[in-house]
Design a protein around this ligand. Structure first.
Ligand SMILES: [Zn+2]
Length: 200
């Protein structure tokens, strides 16, 4: 379950010495408050949604939202709101997501580099995940390696979901016999995407 919502944070307040309260006619009794709301997911602030504010009279406690303010209070409010900066931590979630994307790209790049290394210099015990046809996947286990060939034992099972291949990669699923594939052919299978992953 994803827990999300929004939270309002108080940014700043200012007393307006020159403005008179329209309700009780006291001068200098009005305080402006500005808030900024942010969306959060699992209580981590994701990004700000928008600023809003209200005025409150210290004297008569009259509270006004922006839409109900008269001039010159309205102008003072908009100026103050526009000049009030929100804290950068309200963007924390976006920053985390950006870092995860960069890290994910790096990790998958590293993985591709490793796989290429594995296909060029195969080792006994390597597992090749490969595509038989659409919605049909299986694995090959490297049993031995010679100068120009790799001898593999074919998994006796296949599975329809690529993401579940690891489920059939069990010792007892590989028969005793093995057959040879040339290293050139193996590289071709990897380049063409027939071999989709290598585990060592
Ligand atoms: Zn008042």
């Amino acid at each position: 379950m994803i827990i999300y919502g929004s939270k309002t944070v108080h940014l700043d307040s200012v007393r307006l010495d020159t403005i008179t309260c329209e309700s009780c006619r006291t001068q200098g009794s009005i305080v402006l408050n500005v808030f900024r709301k942010h969306a959060h997911i699992f209580w981590i602030p994701l990004f700000p949604i928008g600023k809003r504010g209200l005025s409150e009279c210290d004297h008569c406690k009259n509270v006004l939202e922006a839409k109900d303010m008269q001039e010159p209070l309205k102008s003072e409010y908009h100026r103050f709101k526009n000049n009030t900066k929100g804290p950068i931590w309200q963007f924390a979630g976006l920053a985390i997501i950006a870092v995860l994307i960069v890290w994910g790209n790096y990790a998958s790049g590293q993985n591709e580099k490793l796989e290429l290394e594995y296909i060029v210099s195969p080792m006994e015990g390597d597992i090749y995940e490969y595509k038989i046809e659409a919605r049909s996947y299986s694995t090959l286990k490297v049993m031995s390696v010679s100068n120009d060939s790799v001898f593999v034992s074919p998994n006796e099972y296949e599975i329809s979901k690529m993401s579940k291949i690891h489920k059939i990669d069990k010792l007892e699923n590989y028969p005793e016999f093995s057959y040879g594939i040339s290293r050139v052919k193996l590289k071709e299978m990897y380049d063409s995407g027939d071999i989709i992953g290598i585990n060592r």
